[in-house]
Design a protein around this ligand. Sequence first.
Ligand code: 13P
Length: 336
Amino acid sequence: MTLSVLRQTAEAMVKPGQGILAMDESTPTVGKRLKAVDVDNTEENRVAYRTILLGTPGLGDYISGAILYDETIRQSTSDGEPFPELMKRQGIMPGIKVDTGAKELALNAGEKVTEGLDGLRERLEEYVGFGAKFCKWRAVITIAEDKPSRACIEANAHALARYAALCQEAGLVPIVEPEVLINGAHTIETSYEVTVETQRQVFEQLYRQGVQFEGMILKPSMVISGTDCPQRAGVEQVAEETLRCLQQTVPAAVPGVAFLSGGQSDEEATQHLNTMNQMAARLSLPWQLTFSYARALQNQVLETWRGDAAKAEQASQALLHRAKLNSLASLGEYAP
Ligand code: 13P
């Protein structure tokens, strides 16, 4: 696989005015989201919900690609059309989550390492057959007293790099996602320190494994105060510190940075992205800055739908609305 194909895909994923829809919740995780709106976690309901998301008319204007869970890439919509076919019609590239989850890190209580490397080469080959163009792997870093440990950062960075190398070998663009969790009472300063150190280690390992930066996308968390921090930083500070962190750690060859929402409100996630893009114009940064949100795009869709087929169209409109606002934010043109 030549680098130019990977580069083209990566650039298309972060095309100006477009972002990524993360809808790769595992079956237990989507179950939690469905339960919150009193919907049973049955295959039929999961298909109906994901048909609403991907069938939204005009979604391809704002969404370049969607990250699917293994089950979805093999399934068909409620009308019997394979999901990858529907996505093709919508002009949305299929992506696939390939990690098998964050597991307890041995000898480091309360910390996690993401698994899924065993047999990954063969699984990637199968996903290419389903039309996948890119992949996702999420590492989770927890901030607490004496955490994160070096062991946690290094194990996760190494796994991300090995995953990314396998993806590029298969012609798939890796989304490299080191998420520093928002949970905790930490300050934005601590978030900055941990995020810088994590991203430094991640790029060091990517370099050592020979990953081509032109053919990958970084999906980081924003530098932000913990949810239980008594003094939470405002929008300008989050935007400033996040950009400062990226400037310290992300090579210019990376085409794009697509943030996760990580438990921020829908509005916060949009405002932070917008402010960063307004600042980016002045700093002439080398990367596109866009979104790869799950919750901050889907919250309103679930609330509107609540399992009622009669509300499907209205739920689609909620997704389109949020996608449009985030598209504007990715251009620095959102006006709250
Ligand atoms: P959130 O935007 O809900 O954080 O999810 C993004 C994601 O893909 C997590 O892996």
